[in-house]
Design a protein around this ligand. Structure first.
Ligand SMILES: [Fe+2]
Ligand SMILES: [Fe+2]
Length: 144
């Protein structure tokens, strides 16, 4: 089942970041499907580790771009990433200790933090990168 996909409104028109966001959302969807199928603990552990690894490397990638192009809201965006990663680590820790069951509520929470961060913060970074850095090569300009 498709829990979320990369909707048009979540696109930044920065191809590398969009592709990393697709992977992020796909991992959350896979985790959701695995949870519904009551997959074995090893598969769930593996998906959670992939999600954490991917989130870490994706956040570093964005931070590297922000730093390279002198993004004004760098510090705030970076601390948002740190909070997201801390939250995910905490969730994984609770899961590994058996203090947390992967439930529909947990999946909604994961979906929530991913989409809210992309909509509220990454979107602004995407606009900045397109305006200032000319990073996008596939941007379709509206008729005007
Ligand atoms: Fe971000
Ligand atoms: Fe992002």
């Amino acid at each position: 089942m498709q829990l979320i996909r990369l909707e048009e409104e979540l696109r930044l028109n920065v191809p590398e970041i969009d592709s990393q966001h697709e992977t992020l959302i796909s991992l959350i969807n896979q985790l959701h499907t695995a949870m519904l199928r009551e997959a074995d603990k090893a598969s769930l552990d593996d998906l959670l580790s992939q999600l954490l690894d991917h989130t870490r490397s994706h956040c570093s990638y964005e931070e590297q771009l922000m730093s390279q192009y002198g993004y004004p809201a760098y510090a705030a965006h970076r601390s948002e990433h740190e909070r997201l990663i801390e939250h995910l680590e905490n969730l994984m820790g609770r899961y590994k200790n058996g203090d947390l069951l992967l439930s529909f509520a947990v999946m909604l929470e994961l979906k929530g933090w991913a989409t809210i961060h992309i909509e509220k913060s990454d979107k602004l970074l995407g606009i900045f990168l397109n305006d200032r850095a000319g990073i996008d090569t596939n941007h379709h300009k509206g008729s005007g």
